[in-house]
Design a protein around this ligand. Sequence first.
Ligand code: PLP
Length: 348
Amino acid sequence: MFREELLAFPAYSPGKAAPQDGFKLSSNENPFPTLPSVLAAVQGVEDYNRYPENGAGTLVTRLASIYGVQPENVVVGSGSISLLLQAFLATCETGDEVIYPWRSFEGYPSTITVSGATKHPVPVRPDGSHDLEAMAEAVGPRTRVILLCSPNNPSSNVLHRDEVERFLARVPENVLVLLDEAYIDFVRDSEAVDGLALLEDHPNLVTMRTFSKAYALPGMRLGYAIGAELPIRAIRAAGLPFNVTSAAIAAAIASLDARDELMQQVETIVATRNRVLAGLVDQGWDIPDPQGNFVWLPVGDAAVSAGEVFERHGIIARVFPGAGVRVTIGEEASVEPLLAAAAEIIAA
Ligand SMILES: Cc1ncc(COP(=O)(O)O)c(C=O)c1O
């Protein structure tokens, strides 16, 4: 009665809570508490007896004006992951393929499977970066979508603008390229790709962004995509009506009003990231250049035991058995135990 591929998903296991006096550095969240102005905006919503604005037009218009595009070029959804699902539903029929880098964001394979499309993972290079050459070669007659992730989760390194341009030149125009830029606000590499700058020349490119990371609203579930009118219309059409709540719309608008304050938080996180990186390099770690709000320790088979070392130091990190450990850049007070755990792991 139920689709076998869905029942084959591992049973839901809730993430571990932060230990007492410890740190949850496993979900790439923003460590700063929700801004008072955002809380006030949410409290100011009074008409929960009414449906929210369908299509979240006020928020869409605001995002369009910030990014210098038209409202027709923007769609919002319940987290960027739901927009990924909508994009697959909008493009793929049974047997059609989505090419994606692997290892990358864990939400990709599951969302592709839910949509009914066929997964076509292309292994990343040893440093965790996309193998764009292999991804371009993987394109076949059933390819409908290609996912790119910059900064990549979990390796945290970016794609560079020139390599993405060369890649796009090779991809047929009838293949949709989704550039997932969930962590773009943390990027400081001046060569890094910025999807917005490429949209004009590439109508098959859509950039996916989120309020969950730099804008510190993962609990509100809000993401958006920007691109040419046609793909955005198709992605919008594949979504459920009213899929963004009144509370989420109010929180997002208040967050955009507080952009300077939030970007100051991002600066602090970037400065902490730089200190963590310097500490790790001093210890002898050779890790991909972190450009997201997280670092990747590619310890391979030692991942599970490394996760245990972090736990002993009061840190819940994200363990990818057989591959490595991803650690979010969090509270200032987490830096010392993070580096102490890392020193112990590299010594072992
Ligand atoms: C690369 C990447 N894309 C998308 C998402 C999902 O973001 P959202 O909360 O907007 O669904 C995440 C969440 O961790 C992510 O790491």
